[in-house]
Each structure stands twice: as C-alpha cells, then as structure tokens.
Design a protein around this ligand. Structure first.
Ligand SMILES: Cc1cc2nc3c(=O)[nH]c(=O)nc-3n(C[C@H](O)[C@H](O)[C@H](O)COP(=O)(O)OP(=O)(O)OC[C@H]3O[C@@H](n4cnc5c(N)ncnc54)[C@H](O)[C@@H]3O)c2cc1C
Length: 510
C-alpha cells in the first residue's frame, strides 16, 4: 500500500523519479517533524523504492515578514531536536539558517540537481505557497508536495465554508472515509535505505549548516527540547543577535520541538482534557491544551493529538453516531469534554485551513462576507470614544485594564488566553478609525507577537472578529450587525482576579 493517500499528494514537477540521482531530498518547510508526517513517509517510500539515501533539508529564512528572535528560537529548537534524533539513523539532516537575507538562494537548486526527487510540504498560507512556486521553476527532477495539515485532506474540501456549522456538516459526511489514513507514528523505525554519505563539501562551503553558522555546543550537542531524563529541557539558547531579524520580539519561556510539544500534550491529557468542556473559557484555569504554537510550527501533528485523545477515550470510528447532520455534540461518541476539544482541533482548526486553501486572498479585508463589509462600512462613521494607534495598542496603553493585560500576556508569553483573545480582537475593532485599520492592526500584533501567528487560524480568528464564520446580531454602534463583546460582560462571565494579578499594570511588557 502507498505510504500516502493520493489525495494528499500533488506532483509539482511531473517528471520521472531519477533513480540515477544521489539521494532523495525532503525539503522540510512547514511540517517540521519526524513523526506523523505524510511527507516524510513519502520521502522514505521513494528512497526505499530507488535504493538511495534520504537527505532532509530544513531551511529557515531571515527575510520574511515578522521574522524575529521569538519565531527563530522555536524553529531552531526543533532543528536541534531533529539533529539529535537523526544522528543515530541513516537519514541525512541539513539544518540551514540563513545568516543574511537571500544567502540561502541556490541551495535547493544545488541539492535538487543531485536528487532523484524532491518531496516537500503542502501548506496554504504565509510564504510557503510562493516559496514552493519559486522552487518549481528551479527544479528539473520530480517534485511532490504532500499535505499533512489536518485530518481532512485539503483537497477533500469543496470550498471555503462560511460557518463552522456548515463545515461541521460537511465534515460529518466526508471525514469518516479519511480517518483510517494516518501518517506513521515512528516512520524512522522501518526506514531501510542506504546511509547518507554527507552533504558535498562544495555545497557546505557556500551554505554552511546551522550548527556551523550558529555555533554553540551546549545547544546543538544535545536535544535542547529534552532534559537528560527526557523531562524538562535545558535552558541553553542560541545567540541569534547576528541575524537580520527583529530582536525586539524576544524568545519566550516556551521551547520549540517535539519534546516540548509532547510534554504539553501529555500534561493536557493528564490534567486538562476532563475539565476542558467546562473550563476552557476560564482564564484562571489551565484546562486548554496550549498546543497551538507547536501545531503552527509543525512540531506536532493534529493526527497525533487526535490519536492520543481517541486512545484515552478508548474510541474507535464505530462510535460515530449518524445522522451526519452537523450537530456539535454527540456525533463523535466521545465524552462531552473530549468532543468539545476535538471540535476545536478539527472543526475550527480545519475550517481555517480549508478557507485559506480555497480563498487565496484570505489576508485581505475585502474577502469578508458581504453582509459584514456592508454593516461595518455603514457604521464606520459612528463616533468612537477611544481611538488608538498601532503603537499604543502594542504598548498596552489603552484605557482598559483587561485589554492591556491580554496584550501584556501576548507580548510577554506569545499567547493570549482563548476567550480573552476574542475580546482583544473585538476591542481593536471598536477602538480604531475604520474596521480596515482594525484588520491591519490585528494582523500586525498577532503575527508579530503570537507564537501561533502567521497561521491559517491567525487569519480565520482575526476575520471572525469582523464577522466571518458568524451570523448577524442585533445592530449596535460601531459594530453594526457584527457580534460585540465587552470587557464588563467578560468580567461577569469569567473569573479574572488571578489573571489580572499576573498580567495587570504591574507586569512587565517584555
Ligand atoms: C483574534 C484572534 C486571533 C487568533 N489567532 C490565532 C493564531 O494566530 N493561531 C492559531 O492557531 N489560532 C488563533 N486563534 C484561534 C484560537 O484563539 C487559538 O487557536 C487557541 O486559543 C489556541 O489555544 P489552545 O492551543 O490552548 O487551544 P485549545 O482550546 O486547546 O484547542 C486545541 C486546538 O484547536 C485549535 N483551535 C482552538 N480554538 C480555535 C479557534 N477558535 N479557531 C481555530 N482553531 C482553534 C488550535 O489549533 C488549538 O491548538 C485566534 C482567535 C482569535 C479570536
């Protein structure tokens, strides 16, 4: 049986596999993990078919928007983890961090010229689609893009759905046939290709690998995302000050890589999942998984998380209970708390992926639903008692203690509690001259500071604030028919004492 369902694979360069090439190249650009990864499965499959070694190239550019010490540290943590894992296998690994903008140009082409085939990750957002398009123009060997984004293959979606309810209905009908297709949990265990002999000297002379350009033995010599006992990580961090990235957005306490992601998942299964349904919206509770950064960086897979929850629930697909009518509760046949979590992980997360896949202008304000554009425009001249600039928002300088606290958490920790994130967005809509400005400012702040930013769900969450995936509500000032939220009602709904104690005016911004 093929390692990857055909619906997840696209031939970008539809040439034959050059069995005379030196190795198979997996160009890892989005699905940055060594487990539960269809692209890795496919790379291993080709390498075994042609009996050639496998090389994984994991690059990191500096010249992209919002490149910062924060994002770089998370991604490089993951690279160190990959280096440590692959050290004891036959698979070659080449982590490349661009020292200056454009320095990496030509590396893929140089390796591609020697490759039997190139496999890469399919992803619908940020710079990955244009990166892949540019690569296609440079390569003459076979190239395939493989989709590991979610439980439902991107190409199984029929359109960008306008509401979670419609998408849930579509999922109920479509998803069951794909649930059995999962990537390998331990793909390296069964990989039997010849050993990779090493990257040619002339290539390394022009493009030295990351542990040469960012030398620090304490960091690279052992997996920094795992402690010696596989427990808490070491504190080693790389000095990234020589890279042309935004150093004002500093790394947070969080560590990238699979070790950190798996520890978070295990803690959630142990302590959070049973409380998730009841306490997810409570900022004083730690019942939410907190997994979105690692999902975003590709360090953990939605398949793996789903599998872990299903095992804990002793669930099998036979527990699904028809009719497939889009109801939020009772369809999966899991406990209410687990169903509520799976609804976020699958319905909401993949609603965003599907939308960005079909609507390539997903980041544009004008792609909001017509009713939302009209009502927001009608109310754009309403009097706004408070209007703030991007800088005032960024520095948590509004009149609202709760909003400022959420912004401080975002700047300091790179996350905002989910419920407060909705309020955070709604207030930006209320406190800007025009909803178009609110859209721009939300994208800027979210993608600059949030560890999970620059993701399909960054754009779906931000556009939800402005009416996407929602329905019309009773008409109000400024918001029109778009759903409102107030700090006062939030304070009534959820306990905030501990949250404000932690993130109130006294908390440092960085
Ligand atoms: C203004 C705004 C901006 C947002 N920006 C982002 C972003 O940049 N990146 C991002 O991943 N999410 C974003 N979201 C969605 C949501 O806030 C986060 O996914 C969630 O808070 C992550 O926390 P968690 O991992 O503890 O989620 P959990 O509640 O534990 O849920 C598990 C997973 O399900 C997915 N998920 C949960 N809630 C949502 C949701 N509402 N929409 C889509 N997927 C969801 C995430 O992948 C999450 O990790 C945004 C929402 C809003 C309102």
């Amino acid at each position: 049986m093929a390692a990857v369902p055909s619906i997840r694979s696209r031939a970008l360069v539809d040439e034959r596999i050059r069995s005379e090439g030196d190795f198979v190249l997996y160009w890892m650009v989005a699905t940055r993990r060594l487990a539960w990864n269809f692209a890795l499965d496919r790379s291993i499959e080709i390498a075994q078919e042609v009996g050639k070694p496998l090389l994984i190239l994991e690059p990191l550019r500096v010249g992209y928007r919002w490149a910062s010490g924060r994002h770089h540290q998370m991604l490089i943590d993951g690279m160190a983890h990959h280096r440590a894992v692959l050290d004891s296998t036959h698979v070659g690994y080449f982590p490349y961090v661009e020292p200056t903008d454009g320095a990496g140009k030509g590396l893929l082409k140089a390796l591609g010229e020697r490759a039997c085939a190139v496999v890469t990750d399919d992803s619908p957002v940020f710079f990955t689609p244009s990166l892949i398009r540019a690569a296609v123009a440079q390569l003459s060997c076979r190239m395939e893009a493989i989709d590991s984004c979610g439980l439902l293959p991107l190409r199984a979606t029929d359109k960008g759905h306008s509401a979670a309810y419609h998408f849930r209905r579509f999922l109920h009908k479509t998803l069951p046939e794909h649930l059995g297709d999962t990537p390998a949990a331990e793909p390296l265990e069964r990989a039997t290709m010849p050993a990779f002999p090493g990257v040619a000297d002339e290539i390394r002379a022009t493009w030295p690998s990351a542990h040469e350009t960012l030398p620090d033995g304490a960091f690279w010599d052992r997996d920094p995302t795992l402690g010696a006992d596989g427990g808490e990580p070491g504190r080693a961090r790389l000095d990234l000050s020589g890279l042309g990235i935004d150093h004002t957005v500093e790394p947070t306490e969080a560590r990238g890589g699979r070790g950190a992601a798996r520890r978070r998942l295990d803690a959630f299964l142990r302590d959070g999942l049973d409380r998730y349904g009841e306490e997810r919206n409570d900022p004083d509770s730690d019942a939410a998984s907190g997994l979105s950064p690692w999902l975003h960086y590709g360090h953990i897979s939605a398949h793996e998380i789903f599998d872990a929850v299903a095992r804990r629930e002793r669930w099998s697909p036979q527990r699904i209970s028809p009719p497939h009518d889009g109801r939020r509760k009772g369809w999966w046949g899991m406990s209410p708390s687990a169903e509520s979590f799976i609804d976020e992980l699958v319905t909401w997360r993949e609603l965003g992926y599907g939308f960005c896949y079909h609507e390539t202008d997903y980041a544009e304000y004008d792609t909001l639903p017509q009713w939302a554009l009209e009502t927001l425009e009608t109310h754009s001249s309403d009097h706004r008692p408070h209007v703030y600039t991007l800088e005032e928002f960024a520095s948590a300088s509004t009149h609202d203690e709760l909003w400022n606290a959420a912004q401080r958490q975002l700047v300091h920790q790179g996350v905002i509690h989910n419920y407060l994130r909705m309020l955070w967005g709604k207030k930006i809509l209320e406190w800007t001259e025009h909803p178009r400005d609110a859209h721009r400012i939300m994208i800027e702040l979210n993608n600059r500071y949030a560890l999970d930013g620059r993701d399909p769900n960054s754009y779906s969450g931000i556009s939800w604030v402005l009416g996407r995936f929602d329905r019309g509500w009773p008409e109000r000032e400024i918001y029109g028919k778009v759903r409102t939220m107030t700090s006062a009602s939030t304070r009534k709904k959820v306990a905030l004492d501990r949250y404000l104690e932690r993130w109130g005016e006294q908390a440092p911004l960085m």
